[in-house]
Design a protein. Structure first.
Length: 351
């Protein structure tokens, strides 16, 4: 059985690249706090966008999808879900919003993990949230559907003990000033995924827990930028890093370094995007800036109606004026007829 012991991070041999990443991340975190002043409208808009993109892409990583217009209708317009996929997308959004609002009072524990799982699955399950009641494995298939690898997980009868030991080791390291939290979090996520405590939804839960743990270490990037979208865009590297770090996990010969490096890379790119968006908004305050930010950064075409729903209180004339300006400048392109028109950043339309 795997031994959970994060004390090795006290003396973890950090490569110059990892050390540089951590230093730059800490700098980004401090800088973005200063850039927030006077940008409340833009930040509120970025938060709404991040929930939408995170809910869509965390589910997409697992092959759970619906159309882009349905995603917006579900998460912004209050539309009722149709089918299991939309139940999952809506539930993820609710769980992420809970983390945004209550992370300060949430303590990492089995109870908290079950509560978040219950919120995430609330639209698709009538059962009380519980850990798996039977053994499961992770099946890896190629493009033709052939099984190429079967990943072992902790047997269901050992899940409670494994979670207890993992959480105890986490808190031991968390309260040790010699352990850097940006190294501890990815190690915890690797272990959580190898335990695989639920019959379904473990990957999505791991990303919710990542958001919670980052918040509790003073990194609020997940409020404003979708880390899940970064992972979805690099999912092959994500799975490769996980697989490399899980190799030998059951006999305690695994190496967390590949996933630590991947995690820090995703976090770095997320902060760089955040920094860029805040800096580009300099001199562009108010709801026009929020409209522009959506069109340039949301990874899907949006309609005038979508924009008005995503920027509460914005007038139709303000949306139309900003869209017209963006079309004239070449920053955005229009897709479809006048009545059903949608708008997207020119750079995304060309990709």
């Amino acid at each position: 059985m795997h031994i959970f012991d994060y004390r090795f991070l006290r003396d973890y041999s950090v490569s110059p690249d990892i050390l540089n990443r951590i230093s730059r991340l800490e700098g980004f975190n401090q800088r973005t706090r200063l850039l927030k002043d006077g940008r409340e409208s833009l930040l509120s808009n970025m938060e709404r966008m991040a929930v939408i993109m995170s809910s869509r892409d965390s589910n997409a990583i697992e092959g759970i999808r619906t159309t882009d217009d349905r995603v917006l209708a579900l998460l912004v317009g209050g539309t009722k879900p149709r089918g299991h996929s939309e139940d999952d997308i809506l539930g993820y959004g609710d769980a992420l919003r809970r983390i945004h609002s209550d992370h300060g009072s949430m303590v990492l524990s089995k109870k908290t993990i079950l509560e978040l799982y219950g919120i995430m699955t609330s639209y698709s399950s009538v059962d009380e949230p519980h850990f798996k009641g039977r053994d499961n494995v992770i099946v890896e298939r190629d493009a033709d559907g052939r099984v190429v690898r079967i990943h072992e997980t902790v047997p269901f009868g050992d899940v409670d003990r494994a979670l207890d030991e993992m959480l105890a080791s986490f808190w031991e390291a968390r309260n040790d000033g010699r352990v850097n939290s940006l190294l501890l979090i990815p190690c915890f996520i690797v272990d959580f995924l190898r335990i695989h405590p639920f019959e379904d939804g473990n990957g999505r839960m791991s990303r919710l827990l990542t958001a919670l743990l980052l918040y509790q270490e003073g990194y609020d990037i997940c409020r404003y930028v979708s880390i899940e979208s970064r992972i979805n865009a690099t999912r092959d590297r994500y799975y490769d890093a996980l697989e490399a770090s899980e190799e030998g996990w059951f006999d305690n010969t695994s190496d967390y370094t590949p996933f630590i490096e991947y995690f820090l890379g995703v976090l770095f790119l997320s902060y760089r995007e955040y920094d860029r968006r805040l800096a580009s908004a300099a001199g562009r305050l108010g709801k026009s800036a929020a409209v522009r930010d959506i069109v340039l950064n949301v990874n899907m075409p949006v309609s005038k109606r979508d924009l008005m729903a995503m920027v509460p209180g914005v007038s139709e004339s303000t949306v139309e004026a900003e869209l017209r300006r963006m079309l004239d400048s070449g920053e955005a392109v229009k897709i479809g007829s006048t009545r059903g028109a949608r708008y997207v950043a020119a750079s995304r339309a060309q990709s």
